[in-house]
Write a protein that binds this ligand. Structure first.
Ligand SMILES: Nc1ncnc2c1ncn2[C@@H]1O[C@H](COP(=O)(O)OP(=O)(O)OP(=O)(O)O)[C@@H](O)[C@H]1O
Ligand SMILES: [Mg+2]
Length: 460
């Protein structure tokens, strides 16, 4: 028995892509431009899953959602909201939506979400193989640097012991969420839900009822009992992102979950037992949070059982080329562009940049370059200006133009000058393909002076 999915959206492009993709996955799909057309059909035929846009020409998705619930409580509704519109998403969830999709969406993610929802609610066995394919696709963690190899080793260890609490640390964009998903899907919990919660994205009270659920009447809006995400994650993994932002009162409740595997819903008196593995992540300094009283020490110890540190991209430059090529491959397909690779000088620019936003930033850079490149190779002109700022001119740039390095914490005059020296020497040498005579000439110094510099900066 195939699952019936109804897509309601006034944008033709969205109806078309979703219908194509879902049909290919083996679902029965019907799409509707307006609420009226949808209800006309739904009244007669019903449906298993409805993908519902919040803004329709003749109605509000949130109201339509209530109406669907009333007509057939077994129909699963997923709301499509604008990116970042957390409020609507939360409202939709409160009104009984099974999940929400934020636009612009990632098609694979949506397919995965639907497969999961369908599985937990409708036909478990039938969907098994869709999910497997999608998840494997998901879990590509690239990197050959020894630091990344170690990360991968740790990940498989964590996957093997499926009760161990894991803490993932690393700067923004280093792949913390990717790693968390991979651990889940490699573990024996893979067939159960992976639920991800961002502690910084919603208010504390909302987060509390999202996480722990609530009883009917627990607060004004609580018109019926609601299961929390912890319950929904039962058997699976709960990924708590930005754990450093968790409110102290929630920290106590979470601690109890970690210690005793039980909790109470908001307004509840009964303990609920769950079997959930917690993976948390942060890009912040938890130790500092403890110092200034933002984080409980006992919670910290409970979370910090098995820690995986993700190195920033600038500490594994060897992976930049590999990642760039893989992202290019992804986007040239997506944008149907005939780009075969990178020009050498573009690659060196990519390799020498520092990436404060890490892999996410690199990925965005490649996406943009793929989109705007008109030749068959990515050229420096398609790369953002930040990457080219390092190109030296005759004189060091004016500090005003350059930022004010002395305002950086820990600034040291001597070290700064030495790093400028080192960059100049290394740059000139590279330019001359290692020929010292030529480099000395370019730099306006004697061979002897250059030799001295090379030794000083261990560039030999
Ligand atoms: N090693 C990797 N191989 C392939 N893609 C990666 C890798 N690391 C990160 N990415 C990609 O980079 C992007 C950012 O990764 P992710 O969202 O996991 O980072 P994060 O550490 O959770 O960031 P933040 O702290 O900002 O939430 C994603 O698109 C992810 O797929
Ligand atoms: Mg993240």
């Amino acid at each position: 028995m195939a699952i019936d999915i109804l897509v309601v959206d006034d944008e033709e492009m969205i109806r078309w892509t979703l219908t194509e993709a879902l049909t290919q996955e083996g679902y029965n799909v019907k799409s509707f431009e307006t609420a009226a057309a949808f209800f006309k059909y739904f009244n007669e035929h019903g449906g298993d899953i409805v993908l519902l846009d919040v803004r329709l020409p003749d109605g509000n998705g949130l109201d339509i959602l209530l109406e669907i619930n009333r007509m057939d409580p077994d129909t699963i509704v997923m709301i499509m909201t604008a990116f970042g519109d957390v409020e609507t998403a939360v409202k939709a969830m409160k009104r009984g939506a099974a999940d929400y999709i934020s636009k612009p969406y990632n098609l694979d993610e949506v397919l995965l979400m639907i497969a999961k929802t369908a599985e937990s609610n409708i036909l478990k066995s039938q969907l098994h193989h869709y999910r497997e394919c999608l998840e494997n696709q998901y879990a590509q963690i690239l990197g050959e640097d020894p630091k990344m190899k170690q990360v991968k080793d740790y990940m498989s260890m964590a996957a093997k012991s499926d009760k161990t609490t894991v803490l993932i640390r690393g700067e923004s964009g280093t792949g913390k969420e990717l790693v968390a998903r991979q651990i889940h899907f490699q573990s024996s919990r893979a067939a159960k839900p992976f639920i991800d919660v961002n502690a910084a994205a919603v208010s504390d009270t909302l987060l509390e009822s999202e996480l722990f659920g609530h009883e009917k009447g627990a607060f004004t809006d609580a018109q019926r009992q609601k299961k929390g995400l912890l319950e929904l994650a039962d058997g699976g993994t709960l990924f708590l992102d930005e754990i450093g932002d968790l409110h102290p009162s929630l920290q106590v409740k979470l601690l109890r979950v970690l210690q005793e595997r039980k909790f109470r819903r908001v307004g509840g008196v009964q303990d609920i037992h769950v079997d959930v593995r917690i993976i948390s992540a942060t890009n912040g300094n938890l130790e500092e949070n403890i110092q200034n009283g933002k984080m409980r020490k006992d919670l910290y110890y409970r979370l910090n059982v098995f820690t995986i540190h993700l190195p920033p991209l600038r500490e594994r430059r060897g992976d930049i080329v590999l990642l760039s090529k893989s992202f290019l491959d992804e986007y040239r397909k997506e944008f149907s562009k005939n780009i075969t690779g990178f020009r050498e000088d573009a690659l060196s620019l990519l390799e020498s940049y520092d990436y404060p936003g890490n892999v996410r930033e690199l990925k965005n850079i490649i996406e943009r370059a793929t989109l705007i490149e008109t030749s068959s190779l990515i050229c420096p002109a398609s790369l953002p200006e930040e990457l080219k700022k390092k190109i030296p001119s005759l004189y060091a740039p004016e500090p005003e133009e350059n930022m004010k390095p002395w305002l950086n914490p820990g600034f040291q005059f001597k070290e700064y000058i030495e790093s400028v020296e080192k960059n100049l020497i290394a740059g000139a040498l590279e330019e001359c393909e290692g020929k010292k005579n030529k480099a000395a000439e370019l730099l306006g110094m004697t061979r002897f002076a250059l030799r001295h510099q090379l030794k000083k900066h261990s560039l030999e």
